[in-house]
Ligand binder design. Structure first.
Ligand SMILES: NCCCC(=O)O
Length: 405
């Protein structure tokens, strides 16, 4: 156990570990990465590992392009393994109003320099023969999209941070962030106090608990995300493009000779982490396979194999949603040295290399390299979200992740 660090990162998921890694590259800065569980063991390894380059804003598009470069260079940069496949993807509209969204996506993405094409339903089906053209009204090919092994990212960044001198403190529960005269002074853990003037709350599903223990409220909500990995299927090649069906909010990608797939359901399950108890582990989260069965029926004409493929693995994580679908990143107003790195909105692992580097720059240089006001907690203007309001907005963002209208 250490008793002092310049920067203390609470939470070793993709975003916390990436932030620790980029901070530890700054000479002379001591970094502690603290987690109440094993390093990188909670939601990040249970993610889909899909990179979606078509985003709703120019900021997110440029960040995900940077994240793609960092994923490609991950092993060279960190010395840690990362298996990834440059498969491309297909965005599928089944309703005329979603075809309009695809057109707007196409124009914005082209302007941002992405490799995108509007293609016919039949062309889409030729690229991934498991996708049937029945009921498809528009399709877009996204050449930049790729997928990776989600279990390797957070652990890889954490190990690389440790090689640069960061201290990893797994199984260390943070009881409070200590604040005196409006400034962070460190954290109290179950194993003792660590003094430090910078604390990053990257505690994922526990972000709110960490902040609220010190009287800081942050409007985000832990949300269940579940997915299935099927048994191997004839023809499910690793390089088949991923498929996203907009209005059904169903996504799939090749995985271990079969498919990994999931859904952003209409009425997501939200969690109050406090009520789950101090020893809760994401692996113990209650799952509900009926949600996925219903989704498989909803897309049976486009991706029929999801109804019949045998289930090899059924898993879930607890990412955090916000009311407007954007991260909560950067300083907490009124408490010098307290930073948020959370609110990934179920697409956070893939973008974490870019966001983690930006946050590290922001912390060290005192300002972000690009305008990140879209992600600042101050955008809510201290609005006191009631839980029902927050849940309503977060549920809408969740279901409409692909921009369906
Ligand atoms: N976390 C699920 C990601 C799905 C997608 O990239 O479309």
């Amino acid at each position: 156990m250490i008793n002092k660090a310049d920067a203390i990162i609470i939470g070793s998921g993709g975003l916390g570990a990436a932030t620790a890694y980029y901070l530890s590259k700054r000479k002379g800065l001591s970094v502690a990465l603290v987690d109440k569980h094993d390093i990188g063991s909670q939601t990040s390894p249970r993610a889909a590992g899909m990179v979606s380059c078509v985003r709703k804003s120019d900021l997110m598009t440029s960040l995900i392009k940077d994240a793609c470069r960092k994923i490609e260079a991950f092993t060279e940069e960190t010395g840690q393994p990362l298996d990834w496949v440059h498969s491309g993807s297909l965005k599928i509209a089944r309703r005329p109003q979603d075809a309009e969204v695809i057109k707007a996506d196409f124009e914005r993405s082209r302007r941002m320099g992405l490799d995108v094409e509007l293609i016919s339903p039949e062309q889409a089906s030729r690229l991934n023969p498991f996708l049937k053209p029945t009921g498809v009204v528009a399709a877009m090919w996204i050449g930049d999209d790729r997928y990776f092994d989600p279990a390797q990212v957070a652990v890889g960044f954490a190990k690389a941070a440790a090689r640069q001198g960061a201290t990893l403190l797994p199984n260390t529960d943070v009881l409070s962030v200590n604040i005196s005269a409006g400034k962070v002074t460190g954290v109290t853990t179950a194993n003792g106090i660590i003094e430090g003037s910078i604390v990053v709350d990257a505690a994922g599903a526990w972000t709110r608990q960490v902040a609220e223990a010190s009287g800081i409220r942050v409007p985000l909500v832990p949300t269940r995300q579940q997915l299935i990995v099927t048994e191997p299927l004839d023809g499910a090649r690793a390089d088949l493009p991923m498929v996203r069906i907009m209005d059904a909010a169903v996504y799939t990608r090749p995985c271990q000779g079969g498919f990994l797939w999931g859904v952003y359901e209409e009425t997501p399950r939200f969690f109050d982490m406090q009520s789950l108890g101090a020893n809760f582990d994401v692996k113990d989260m209650p799952l509900d396979i009926e949600v996925l069965r219903a989704a498989a029926i909803e897309v049976k004409d486009q991706f029929p194999v999801l109804q019949t493929a045998k289930v090899r693995e059924f898993r879930g994580g607890i990412p955090t949603m916000t009311a407007d679908g954007h991260h909560i990143l950067g300083p907490a107003p009124g408490t010098a040295g307290f930073y948020f790195a959370s609110g990934c909105n179920v697409a956070g692992l893939s973008i974490s290399p870019a966001v983690g580097e930006l946050l590290a720059t922001w912390i060290v240089d005192g300002e972000p390299r690009v305008d990140l006001s879209l992600m600042s907690v101050t955008r809510f203007n201290d609005r006191a979200w009631s839980e029902p309001e927050l849940h309503r907005e977060a549920a809408w963002q969740y279901r409409h992740f692909y921009g369906a209208v």
